[in-house]
Design a protein around this ligand. Structure first.
Ligand SMILES: [Cu+2]
Length: 320
């Protein structure tokens, strides 16, 4: 027993958690919400076979955006930036096309010490809950290096790997992904288009409806005259109005005018876009690409977020 107490504290702790052979760099929080911020704490429990760590390099997976390392006394931090594979919606309608892809910390961590390397990022709303994303990590030491870059293939678990890449599992956020989707904003000429959304459709239904806010910040009137959506054969601009006691829907043959300085909200029981000839049902939480065509502003590419059947406009949503 006295041999045990003579061991360095770090070694005892590691042994308690995972057994000496299994101790490897890992992320403190193993789950992250989709469409929400994530604070990553990379734990480095030991060096390379007894040799002190002098550098820790972490690769940022696709879809983890807006990454920033936390300054770390005694360590120099370098980041490598690069383009993302796609454009991601971010806070307040911003779009990110590039960002930090790799972080390198340089310093010295003796083998018998433990340390943590912290960065923050945002899990893009376009990633899928249930997926696992990996942060391949390379430890460079005074002698040798250790590349924690293995990724489990189908039928394997991370426990089958000798040098597993630190990973997190994505889970559905409670309301967060909705918030980001709702703040998608598009600008075209004098027009600002906010938060396009549509509703999930029951199986068999061939018709969907599109909603959004359109503001004309210019001095000339404009007109929504057409558009498209990736799953719909036809696109029409409609109005719902009361005719006696009956709610009636009609097509606006000349489109929908947006007067200078005015905001027009397309919403249930009012103006809306009719998506007809749907190739398949629309599913909650997916994103539908489309275009809007305006007389003056021209063609604008947008994305609809799909909300549940019967959803109503977000109340108390994003206000300026
Ligand atoms: Cu309609």
């Amino acid at each position: 027993m006295h041999i045990m107490t003579a061991l360095p504290l770090a070694a005892i702790l590691i042994g308690t958690f995972t057994g000496p052979a299994g101790a490897h760099p890992s992320l403190e929080r193993r789950e992250a919400n989709v469409g929400a911020p994530y604070k990553a704490v990379m734990r480095v429990p030991h060096g390379c076979e007894g040799s002190a760590t002098t550098r820790v390099r972490v690769q940022i997976p696709e879809g983890v955006i807006g990454v920033k390392p936390q300054p770390k006394p005694g360590w120099t931090i370098e980041t490598t930036r690069g383009p993302y594979a796609q454009t991601y919606p971010y806070y307040h309608g911003a779009k990110l096309t590039e960002g930090v892809r790799e972080i390198t910390w340089s310093g010295r961590l003796p083998d018998d010490n433990y340390d943590e390397f912290v960065f923050v990022g945002f899990v893009a709303a376009t990633l899928n809950a249930g997926d696992t994303v990996h942060f391949p990590t390379v430890q460079e030491c005074e002698k040798g290096r250790a590349a924690w870059t293995e990724v489990a293939v189908a039928g394997q678990s991370a426990h089958d790997l000798k040098m597993p890449a630190p990973a997190i599992r994505l889970v559905q956020a409670q309301g967060h992904s909705q918030q980001v989707a709702e703040t998608r904003t598009y600008k075209a000429g004098d027009l600002v288009i906010e938060a396009p959304w549509t509703r999930a459709t029951p199986g068999g239904s061939k018709v969907g409806a599109g909603f959004m806010k359109i503001t004309n910040t210019g001095k000339q009137p404009d007109r929504l005259v057409g558009g498209s959506a990736e799953v719909a054969k036809d696109f029409e601009v409609h109005e719902m109005s009361m005719s006696g006691d009956v709610m009636k829907m009609r097509r606006l043959a000349k489109g929908l005018e947006i007067k200078p300085g005015e905001t027009v909200e397309l919403k249930p029981s009012s103006y809306h876009i009719m998506l007809m000839g749907l190739a398949r049902p629309l599913k909650v939480d997916e994103t539908i690409k489309g275009t809007l065509v305006f007389d003056r502003a021209g063609t604008v590419a947008i994305e609809y977020s799909v909300r549940p059947i019967g959803a109503q406009p977000a109340s108390g949503g994003h206000k300026h």
